[in-house]
Design a protein around this ligand. Structure first.
Ligand code: HEM
Length: 495
């Protein structure tokens, strides 16, 4: 009895839940089946696939591959080449990073869908340098970015202001020649060596400081016209900032790692930002005081313009911090592109003397031997501009354009690009794309001169994004004419 009772109890307890379990299991299987049947159909009809790319790991995405195959830009381009794609998707942490190497797709992003790609990523370095996104270059889409971009375009980089400060740029171009001449004649050995990178970068730094602060020196002027220790410190810090702003830092994709400084970028950007802030800040504080006390009333440079801007009610339009970040923006925007393009164009010419001869011949024809190149010559120096275009195409200053962020989910080139994706137009990929450029690795300035109209003016801008110079769209560069003037003057004078 006891045994039977136990048996029936066992049987009963065993039997009844089994039927419920089977029903539940059947229901679950049907649900899974239903969901699986439905999912592919939804994918086909509504959401296209992501662009091709390596399968991501949970949580970290493709960060392990990226870290094992540094530098990241080489790994990305190799992966795209191996996959045979012009648009890819790499998952870094929770961020979809979308590199693009084809002008048509680039145009789809920055022309057709420009409004959706007008934001910038949030990174530790960009946040630190822009004083928590108060600036025009690094800030994400929003009122603050709009305000700062408007100030720059309407008050600083506009044609009247550029004309107003033309004499400062001319003075610096004259100084360039004097400085290079001093370097050559003071060299002790018979073979004088001029470090073109040093000269080119400091020429850009000098122009920047003259335009913003009406002074090429932070410290005492140097007898040979060259930079002193503070100017060297300034340029070194600016180039350091440019090097780490969007440098695939791990914590930019896994924000909970901020503070651990795993790749050392946090320390680097803090130090470089502190240096630039200190050098700019000393002048800005004093100038702010002078305007406040009425000791200064004449506009002499960009800083005066920024400090004395008024809103419709007559109050200062910008805070001191906003003035500071705009001077920081101008400092990082002006130096790397012109100096890099000129350095590379000259390097290519050293290896191709016939190109050098052609450029010098153009200067002799357009400018003559009695005077030096002036800004007014730029429209007629087409071969020089073609050389610079070729330098932008073949030897860009960075592998990628400044990143753009998708504000909403969208489709690009038939692929799904989720909201928040970082879109990277590859400067190398576009400029060296063999489907766009014949013999892409050859430095050939003539490819930029229209064969049907040899007199057509060559410009450094490239609106079709077959390579990146000033880019285009709502976040495109606002200073194509100043950038062109600085680049061509530096190049022309050195030639
Ligand atoms: C040869 C010289 C220059 C080149 C090649 C150049 C190129 C560029 C590029 C590629 C961008 C990013 C565009 C994008 O996100 O798609 C940019 C942005 C920008 N550039 Fe330039 N630039 C030059 C000089 C300057 C100068 C002299 C200034 C002015 C002071 C300037 C101000 C800016 C600003 C404010 C932005 C950010 C616009 C925004 O995010 O809304 N640039 N530049």
């Amino acid at each position: 009895m006891e045994v039977r009772a136990v048996a029936s109890l066992v049987q009963g307890t065993y039997f009844l839940p089994t039927s419920a379990l089977v029903k539940t299991l059947l229901l679950a299987i049907m649900l899974v089946y239903f969901v699986r049947i439905m999912r592919p159909r939804r994918t086909i009809t509504c959401t296209p696939p992501l662009p091709p790319g390596p399968a991501p790991w949970p949580v970290v995405g493709n960060l392990p591959e990226m870290l094992l195959q540094k530098p990241a830009f080489r790994w990305i381009h190799r992966m795209m080449k191996d996959t045979g794609t012009d648009i890819a998707c790499i998952k870094l942490g929770c961020v979809h990073v979308i590199p693009i190497t084809c002008p048509k797709i680039a145009q789809e992003v920055l022309k057709k869908q420009d409004a959706n790609f007008m934001s910038r990523p949030l990174t530790f370095a960009s946040k630190t340098f822009s004083h928590n996104y108060m600036d025009a270059i690094l800030s994400p889409n929003g009122d603050q970015w709009r305000k700062m971009r408007r100030v720059l375009t309407s008050e600083i980089i506009c044609p009247t202001r550029l004309q107003w400060l033309q004499h400062k740029r001319a003075g610096e171009a004259d100084n360039l020649i004097r400085y290079v001449y001093n370097l050559i004649t003071s060299a002790r050995s018979s073979s004088s060596i001029v470090d073109v990178r040093h000269v080119a970068r400091h020429y850009c730094g000098n122009i920047t400081r003259r335009l913003i602060f009406n002074n090429r020196y932070f410290g005492e002027p140097r007898p040979n016209g060259g930079p002193g220790p503070l100017e060297v410190e300034h340029m070194d810090a600016v180039f350091t900032v440019l090097g780490v702003l969007y440098a695939f830092c791990i914590s930019d994709y896994l924000p909970w790692l901020v503070g651990l400084d795993l790749d050392g970028h946090e320390k680097i950007i803090k130090k470089a930002t502190e240096t630039v802030n200190r050098l700019h800040g000393t002048i800005i504080d004093e100038r702010w005081r002078q305007w406040k006390l009425g000791e200064r009333q004449e506009l002499e440079d960009f800083l005066d313009v920024l400090i004395s801007l008024r809103d419709p009610q007559g109050n200062p339009a910008l805070t001191m911090e906003e003035v500071t970040v705009l001077t920081l923006d101008i400092a990082i925007a002006t130096v790397d592109n012109p100096s890099n393009a000129v350095e590379w164009a000259l390097a290519e010419m050293v290896n191709n003397p016939e190109l050098l001869a052609k450029a010098v011949e153009e200067i002799e024809r357009v400018v003559g031997r009695e005077r030096l190149v002036q800004e007014s010559d730029i429209p007629r120096l087409n071969y020089l501009k073609a050389c610079l275009r070729e330098a932008f195409r073949l030897h860009p200053v960075a592998p990628f354009n400044v990143p753009h962020v998708a504000l909403e989910d969208t489709t690009v080139a038939g692929f799904h690009v989720p909201k928040g994706s970082h879109v990277l137009l590859s400067r190398i990929g576009l400029g060296r794309n063999p489907n766009v450029w014949e013999d892409p690795l050859r430095f050939n300035p003539d490819r930029h001169i229209a064969t049907h109209d040899l007199k057509a003016e060559v410009a450094l801008t490239e609106n079709d994004l077959r390579f990146i110079s000033f880019s285009t769209g709502r976040r495109g560069c606002i200073a194509a004419s100043l950038g062109t003037a600085m680049s061509v003057m530096l190049f022309g004078r050195l030639l």
